[in-house]
Design a protein around this ligand. Structure first.
Ligand code: FE2
Length: 411
């Protein structure tokens, strides 16, 4: 497989492309074929599917559309590994991705190698539009690397044997930093990605918004504070909850973050271990984050408040992914890394939003319904992937991602 950087104008792009492709393979290295085949629930995908789908993305939008004479590795894979692109035709039903014992993990690895070799041959001749799609494909694959880790966590959490994906050092018993409040800017500010450089279409255009007087917490809510919320009856107090959230708590019998277990332990990618009470709480839904904030006499920040707060922070810092292996939120982080932070803002289009041209125009815009924006980056986000304008989004009941919160309040 090609892993070396090319020289020339697309050298950096090629080097990032093949480093990204290699990281995905490395993430899958500890898995058996059976591990990689399980789909723990319909919103998650098998590890094997992530490996194949990210290759289908390059094969379809770069190789098929921009390389004359390219022959697909297997014509049937388009049906299996198209995720949600209506313009690309019918596809295998999402909830049934875990039913595919074939192709095997090794066959999917061979598919990846075939696509990588074709990309390496094609790169020097690709037109600028195709190079833009390579950039999009890199960022797309990074998103799937995060999903790969959270889906494997969900998969292993299903097993009473509590398998570990890898080993992590034990918690170091740090004390949580005292909570303090940072005055936010009041008045008209700009948010969104500026022109130039890569950003997803949903981050643009950069535009003006008005911020009222407010304050933002210096750090994320910790596991210890979440324990206090539980002990105070937070999950049993309907007045703290949105109506839909209270229905969800009752229906799903939710009483703690997703992977908390008995005796002050939690299930992690390193197996079951003691909860680090100073670490940011993770795997909570929007409903839970909103209820906690109300209990704490605060609220969730708006997306614009968060983005302005984070505008001077370095998105490349913090607990994010540098290499394959298990990940876990840690105490003492800054703005980026550890956990994505729920905002109270709906994932909706910015004024002047225009979806990308072609089939990739289905990437973000069609999901602008019933989802909330999360900002920052998590311990499962590849470093270099996020930025202040980044708009992650999930439905309000989702909690298998590394999702936490930072409080805000009116001032
Ligand atoms: Fe995808």
């Amino acid at each position: 497989m090609a892993t070396h950087a090319r020289q020339g104008p697309c050298g950096d792009l090629a080097s990032r492309l093949f480093a990204t492709r290699k990281l995905t393979l490395d993430l899958a290295a500890p898995l058996s074929d059976a591990d990689a085949t399980i789909q723990p629930f319909p919103d998650a995908s098998p590890a094997k599917w992530h490996l194949a789908h990210t290759s289908w993305f390059f094969e379809t939008f770069v190789l098929r559309d921009h390389v004359p004479g390219y022959g697909a590795f297997d014509e049937r894979y388009a049906f299996l590994f198209n995720s949600y692109y209506e313009a690309e035709g019918p596809r295998h039903a999402r909830p049934r991705r875990g039913m595919l014992s074939r192709p095997s993990l090794d066959e999917v690895r061979a598919y990846r190698a075939y696509v990588d070799e074709a990309l390496e041959r094609a790169l020097p001749q690709l037109p600028p539009a195709a190079l833009d799609l390579i950039e999009l494909g890199i960022n797309h694959e990074q998103q799937h690397q995060e999903l790969f880790l959270t889906d494997i966590l969900a998969t292993f959490a299903e097993s009473p044997l509590e398998p570990a994906y890898g080993a992590l050092p034990l918690p170091q018993c740090f004390a949580a930093e005292p909570l303090s409040w940072h005055p936010g800017r009041e008045g008209i500010v700009e948010i969104g990605a500026p022109d130039g450089g890569f950003a997803f279409d949903s981050e643009r255009p950069r535009h003006r918004v008005f911020l009222s007087r407010h304050e933002v917490a210096n750090r994320r809510v910790t596991n210890g504070e979440w324990r206090d919320f539980i002990d105070a009856g937070g999950y049993r107090t309907p007045t703290l909850w949105l109506s839909e959230g209270w229905d969800w708590v009752q229906r799903e019998q939710v009483a703690a973050p997703l992977y908390w277990r008995d005796g002050g332990t939690e299930f992690t990618l390193a197996g079951r271990r003691a909860i680090d009470w100073a670490a940011p709480v993770a795997h909570v839904s929007y409903y839970e984050a909103d209820a906690f904030a109300r209990w704490a006499g605060a609220r969730l920040p708006t997306e614009a408040e968060w983005e302005d707060f984070a505008s001077s922070a370095d998105p490349s810092l913090g607990n994010q992914v540098d290499e394959a292996g298990p990940v876990l939120p840690r105490p003492g982080g800054g703005v980026f890394g550890d956990v994505w932070e729920w905002t109270q803002s709906a994932f909706a289009s910015y004024p002047g939003f225009a979806p990308a041209a072609g089939a990739v125009g289905e990437y973000n815009g069609k999901f602008m319904s019933g989802q909330f924006v999360l900002k920052g980056a998590s311990c499962a986000t590849p470093r270099g992937h996020s930025r202040a304008s980044y708009r992650n989004f999930f439905p309000p009941s989702a909690r298998w991602q590394f999702t936490g919160l930072r409080l805000a309040r009116d001032a």
